[in-house]
Design a protein around this ligand. Structure first.
Ligand code: AHR
Length: 336
């Protein structure tokens, strides 16, 4: 029972007074939570299409009918909001905490508090740089592998179009600095970049995973560098912004354009960009974590043990594939 709930019940008067309506709201909350698995979820924000699809995947499965009572908190891309949310969950005595940490550092104290309160913490999507005993498990994408795969795809593609021996200028839009998605994708692509003396990384800058900043930073790149052959953009929304900036300059992008675009995520709007020829390839980041996390919590609740690290399946997309069919299939998955 929450502290506010105890206070509300303890201080309320009888009858139709404001206090009694507070009391009945509190009672309604208590009864909704009874016999349910109470889960507090601290989400990063709603900065991208991926994030919105990710949130929807939790809300679809953490329902009353499935035996859950979900307390959802959107941190609006601020770590301080996530810290507050987690401390609130502890105060409320939730059964489990799901935390998608915006960046990897700064979690030690709050996770020690959760441990002291005996509340299991499931890290999702991004990681926290803490001792392994401070969380139960982590579930998400292999971001490093996504970066390596993007680099290898570029290697093969350049051979295919006969440009593998040319000097090529690259720029990169990075995600939120210090987030697992940024760290992994940058490191993975770098390991392939190092093997190619003719690939020149002109500049990298963060655009915080958002479309507006993607457009802004790409416009700056286009001002500074007269020749950009390739953009590596660490999520689709930044790529959408970059496409706007490229077109505003009277240039083109994609397989037949001036600038090749390699992107990450792969939700529906981005697959359409690939279909219409603005992107060259997308490396999937699986947004559908909700059902996997729910299954893990059900197992833990039944006293079973789970793996410490759980990777979700991912693929990639390019214009050699049957994109219309893929888009239809994905739409079905997302609407179920
Ligand atoms: O952590 C996953 C990343 O965060 C996704 O690639 C991005 O779109 C989101 O904002």
């Amino acid at each position: 029972m929450t502290l506010s709930l105890i206070l509300a019940i303890g201080c309320g008067k009888q009858g139709n007074s404001p206090a009694s309506s507070v009391k009945s709201a509190a009672e309604a909350e208590t009864s909704a939570r009874q016999s349910k698995i109470v889960v507090g979820f601290s989400q990063v924000g709603s900065e991208s299409d991926w994030r919105r699809a990710n949130t929807a995947s939790y809300k679809k499965v953490f329902t009353d009918e499935n035996g859950f009572y979900l307390i959802y908190e959107d941190a609006q891309q601020k770590q301080e909001n996530q810290l507050k949310a987690v401390r609130n969950f502890i105060l409320q005595g939730v059964d489990y905490i799901i935390l998608d940490p915006i960046v990897e550092t700064g979690w030690e104290e709050v996770l020690k508090e959760a441990k002291k309160a005996n509340i299991p913490v499931i890290l999702v999507d991004r990681k926290a740089d803490v001792a392994p005993d401070l969380y139960t498990c982590w579930i998400g994408s292999d971001f490093y592998k996504e970066g390596v795969n993007a680099g290898k795809w570029l290697e093969n593609y350049l051979v295919k179009i006969g440009k593998d021996k040319e000097n090529l200028n690259i720029v990169s839009l990075q995600g939120t600095l210090g987030s697992t998605a940024q760290i992994g994708r940058t490191a993975g692509f770098d390991d392939i970049l190092k093997e190619h003396k003719n690939w020149h990384m002109l500049e990298r800058q963060t655009a915080d995973f958002t479309q507006a900043k993607g457009k802004e930073v790409m416009s700056e790149f286009l001002q500074k560098y007269p020749e950009i052959d390739i953009l590596i953009s660490e999520n689709d929304n930044m790529s959408f912004g970059a496409v706007e900036a490229i077109k505003a300059k009277g240039m083109t992008c994609g397989p037949n354009g001036d600038v090749m675009i390699i992107s990450y995520d792969g939700d529906i709007a981005a697959l359409n960009k690939l279909l219409y020829g603005d992107f060259n390839a997308i490396f999937e980041c699986n947004s559908q974590l909700g059902p996997v996390v729910a299954e893990v919590i059900k197992k833990l609740n039944a006293g079973a043990s789970v793996d410490k690290t759980i990777y979700v399946e991912e693929t990639y997309f390019d214009d050699t594939m049957e994109l219309s069919k893929i888009i239809q299939e994905r739409k079905k998955i997302l609407s179920n």
